[in-house]
Design a binder for this molecule. Structure first.
Ligand SMILES: [Zn+2]
Length: 252
């Protein structure tokens, strides 16, 4: 994998897919990367043959590929009109919804468009790998109108950026659903691990320690996001984790 640096607007990046061997050339706007607080953007690249799959790459401001992974095995996935659904509820509402479900269990969702809510439940159950996040109204601790999702105690910028990028780049609804499921699934797994580690640790941890615990699956900004999620859940993150490069108020 290599990138040609263009001095003006952006980069052309050539990436060879390890699964289908296809070489894709993609254009990346430098400003897009500069605007991203992490200085790295994550781009899903869609390939159709021999079966639908995604090559996901992280690129920094210098045009270096900082990470790459494949998402496969969703060829049999039924098509869910995910683009239309996000369009109807709005991207910000959808992003907030994902964050509520990342942080909390026993959530009931509702809205004036019953058909849409029904489809959203199916979509979210798939994205959250069937973990019992959504429940019927009578069992719910949190009730959310999907057309007016409340703000969370933490910044959802990271999820908004992921979503915006994926929507811009991905064309096939199955690919988008598979991508969201992969990213959200990773965060759910890491949240579980972090919660245990933060609760049980006797020594102060650093962001680096936490990245190592996840076998380098996460970047700094993702770890900080997940720490903010844990904090919203009432876990005393500040007492256990040192984040030297930022003041604690900036992170949360
Ligand atoms: Zn490929």
């Amino acid at each position: 994998m290599f990138a040609n640096l263009s001095k003006t607007q952006g980069y052309f990046i050539k990436v060879k897919c390890p699964f289908c061997n296809r070489e894709s050339e993609i254009y990346i706007d430098k400003e897009e990367i500069a605007r991203d607080p992490s200085g790295i953007i994550r781009i899903p690249i869609e390939h159709e043959t021999p079966e639908p799959h995604l090559l996901v790459i992280d690129i920094d401001l210098h045009g270096f590929v900082r990470g790459a992974y494949l998402i496969r095995g969703y060829a049999v996935l039924e098509e869910i009109p995910v683009f239309a659904m996000i369009n109807i509820v709005g991207m910000e509402n959808f992003a907030k919804l994902l964050c509520w479900l990342l942080a909390y269990d026993n959530v009931h969702i509702y809205g004036f468009d019953q058909e849409l809510v029904k489809s959203l439940r199916i979509l979210l159950a798939y994205i959250f790998k069937g973990r019992k996040k959504l429940v019927p109204e009578e069992k719910a601790r949190i009730k959310i109108d999907v057309f007016n999702v409340p703000f969370l105690e933490f910044s959802i910028d990271l999820i908004i950026r992921r979503l915006r990028f994926a929507i811009d780049r991905v064309k096939d609804s199955r690919s988008l659903v598979a991508y969201l499921r992969h990213e959200i699934g990773k965060y759910l797994d890491c949240l579980q691990v972090f919660e245990k580690v933060v609760n049980e640790t006797a020594k102060r941890l650093t962001i680096r320690d936490l990245i190592q615990i996840t076998e380098n699956k996460l970047r700094d900004d993702e770890v900080k996001f997940l720490l903010a999620v844990l904090r919203a859940k009432g876990i005393e993150v500040e007492k256990k984790v040192t984040v030297p490069e930022f003041k604690i108020t900036e992170i949360f």
